[in-house]
Design a protein around this ligand. Sequence first.
Ligand code: NAD
Length: 249
Amino acid sequence: MPEEALRGKIALVTGAASGLGRAVATALARADAIVVAADIDEDGGRAVAEELGVDFVRLDVADLDDNKSAVEFVVQRHGGLDIAHLNAGIASPFGLGDDFDLEGYRRAMGINLDGVVFGFHAARPAMLARGGGSVVATASLAGLTAMPPQPVYGINKHAVVGLVRALGPAHAHEGVRVNGICPGFADSKIIDPIREGLRAGGVPVIPAPVVADATLRLIADPEAAGELLVIQAGVDPYYFKFRGLPGAR
Ligand SMILES: NC(=O)c1ccc[n+]([C@@H]2O[C@H](COP(=O)([O-])OP(=O)(O)OC[C@H]3O[C@@H](n4cnc5c(N)ncnc54)[C@H](O)[C@@H]3O)[C@@H](O)[C@H]2O)c1
């Protein structure tokens, strides 16, 4: 069971004020991990931290120095870092046509992609100091399939998938395991604008604790490196298998 492997481990969860991050922080705390909840939303993050009896650190994941400071906070407060769930993210409901929004584009890239790049960069030295650790990024099924209504979100999540696939094998030898989760539509405020449409279309929404349980299993899997865990309603979570490319002839 992942609970045993997670007991006493020191975990930073970004985007912990709400939705999936909150559910993962809650599940980690229940598994007796030492959790630090991080979010740009100070009121929401503090409320969750208080409810769970854990620390809160204010963090804008799109800012490299903020990521370093958050890791520093965790290390100073608890003596190290074993787990980083790089989860904070936003929707990007615009396309690349007449609705293109440069500011929104930069913001989405900054949070959804830089947030994972910076989070990994900040967490790795602290994990190396402990002999290794587990990094899990929140990608999405939108990172594995086309998402015409939200192309920028699709870019962001495909990039996170590519990043995880590259970092996994590159860092496994040093004990830093990098993996990602790819949930389908899950119950959080990010889906509020489309919630009614999903309901009307009969699209099932995954409860956040179900995503959290699967995420904990991935965090604790000692063999996983560069894996993308598909979490879809009514389907047992599984590691996505990519088709190989032909070699040069
Ligand atoms: N809910 C879904 O259907 C679904 C599906 C697949 C992937 N995801 C991904 O799950 C992750 C979590 O989203 P959620 O569904 O829980 O939505 P959510 O809106 O409930 O939570 C997102 C959290 O991220 C925080 N956040 C936003 N910008 C931030 C920043 N710059 N720095 C730090 N924190 C920031 C928000 O304050 C919020 O607490 C996201 O990466 C999202 O893309 C969600």
